[in-house]
Ligand binder design. Sequence first.
Ligand code: PGA
Length: 246
Amino acid sequence: MEPMKLIAGNWKMNGLKASVAELETLVAASVPAGVELLLCPPATLVAGFAAKATGSAVRIGAQDCHRLPSGAHTGDISAEMLADAGATHIIVGHSERRADHGETDEIVRHKAEAARRAGCVAILCVGETLAEREAGRTLAVIAAQLEGSVPPGAKAETLIIAYEPVWAIGTGLTPTAAQVAEVHAAIAGQIGKGIRILYGGSVKPGNAAELMAIPHVDGALVGGASLKAADFLAIAEAAAGAGAGA
Ligand code: PGA
């Protein structure tokens, strides 16, 4: 039996208190069978959204965490704090954090370990740049990122991988189905253990069905299209139609 498809929304640095209207739409909607919905708003909204989503099928996650549980780290937020606020998942190693904050594979590994320590599932992002793909280095780059950032002893209960080609994020470009299949099969071969693998990068209602039907694609990490509940739900519907739980 295939695992449930996870449709995860990453709001990035978007969303104010008024954006709770989108969450309310998600909470009121019926989540399709075989699909899990997760929304990762900015840290300011995690506690409020988690309270609002209590008792619903929508779970709330965060976008980053510090590796330590507490201490003198002004401006940082620990995995324990996010768990305390109601987060069940924490995205780590997103390419925007790797690029904007110089996060290395080692830092990302520590963050994934922090998420596990706090009782959260880490959604660990990997992906190649366009230059790396054009140089034929995609599989080598992904393999090295996994080698350096997946914590030893990682299990399906504590870790999810998100394959996000950097050149597909926010661009409207997506890899071909064959390219996605090749990378997801390689990731599954390297880490195994039933660890789920999401695809991310310009997932939209119009392309979700095709992407979610690819072998070893266990869900999506959705940026721009997760900001509107209607689009996000349409992606979840497409994932259900693509054979979730079959
Ligand atoms: P996008 O972002 O869906 O807007 O391309 C995906 C992501 O960065 O997680």
